[in-house]
Design a protein around this ligand. Structure first.
Ligand code: FMN
Length: 254
């Protein structure tokens, strides 16, 4: 498989920063419905197989989802401190989520890849830590914080609602009347069962985000003079179809 040179450089940058978890954080742009720029930090999860698609995850209820449903153009900003490299990656963003029982694209941009949407979404969900998965069962981003929101355990019950699972998250209730030791043991088993259930059943708010690059502006401050490269995919900016196009790269002054 031949990858564009920006991708090879990015993989190298990630490798050189493998001991730094923060190297996987990038800044991601969207345009608000009023046309204003907005930014946030997100975690890079992985490339989808041998495509150039960069995967991340988010909550359906967050503002950016609505922004990207309205305008699928975005840019990622990534700075690698050790190697002093900056990547600005212009992308089209697509989002996968469960709707009416099916895993579907929830905005207008559909990247081309062989994998089934369901497999992509499930892989992203199952790769999360249990704690990160729990983050998709808390109150909506930007909803008002109330004192009893600190106890989020009750919120996880919503995932089970209407399920055909034999498990229930209400472990205490299920174990009523048992001796304390047995109850504790059964409760931990119940927690495992619940965790397994959640692992197989993504939160309805879980969104797999796929960024498909069409332009990469790369800057290396370690070299003297600094190295700046402009990578771009053939085709027009509005419609660069990766399967039909070739990446080109020119070096320019920084
Ligand atoms: C280090 C770090 C990593 C983050 N990773 C993610 C992420 O992967 N996905 C995500 O939706 N939000 C992530 N966030 C939170 C976002 O930056 C942001 O606060 C949240 O998604 C709400 O954004 P929005 O209101 O612009 O939609 C992260 C924040 C930090 C500080």
């Amino acid at each position: 498989m031949h990858y564009p040179s920006w991708r090879q450089q990015l993989v190298r940058s990630l490798h050189l920063h493998r001991s730094k978890p923060e190297a996987k954080y990038f800044q991601v742009a969207s345009t608000s419905l009023k046309g204003l720029p907005t930014l946030r930090t997100m975690v890079f999860r992985q490339f989808i197989d041998d495509t150039n698609l960069l995967a991340s995850v988010t909550d359906m209820r967050s503002d950016k989802v609505m922004h990207w449903q309205n305008n699928y153009h975005t840019q990622l900003h990534w700075y690698f401190a050790k190697t002093r490299e900056q990547y600005r990656i212009s992308c089209h963003v697509s989002m996968l989520a469960k709707q009416n029982g099916e895993i579907v694209f929830i905005n207008d941009y559909k990247p081309s890849f062989d994998k089934k949407p369901k497999a992509v979404l499930m892989e992203q969900w199952q790769n999360l830590s249990p704690t990160a998965r729990g983050g998709f069962f808390v109150p909506a981003p930007k909803s008002l914080y109330k004192a009893d929101d600190a106890d989020c355990s009750a919120l996880t019950t919503m995932v089970i609602e209407g399920s055909d699972s034999e498990t229930s998250l209400n472990s205490e209730h299920a174990q009523d009347g048992q001796e304390p030791d047995r109850k504790a043991h059964a409760t931990s088993k119940q927690i495992d069962a619940d965790a397994n259930y959640i692992k197989r059943n993504p939160s309805p708010y879980f969104v797999a985000v796929l960024f498909e690059p069409y332009k990469v502006d790369y800057l290396d401050l370690k070299t003297n003079p600094h190295t700046r490269q402009l990578h771009s995919l053939g085709g027009t900016e509005e419609n660069p179809r990766p399967s039909e196009s070739v990446w080109t790269c020119v070096r320019v002054h920084a």
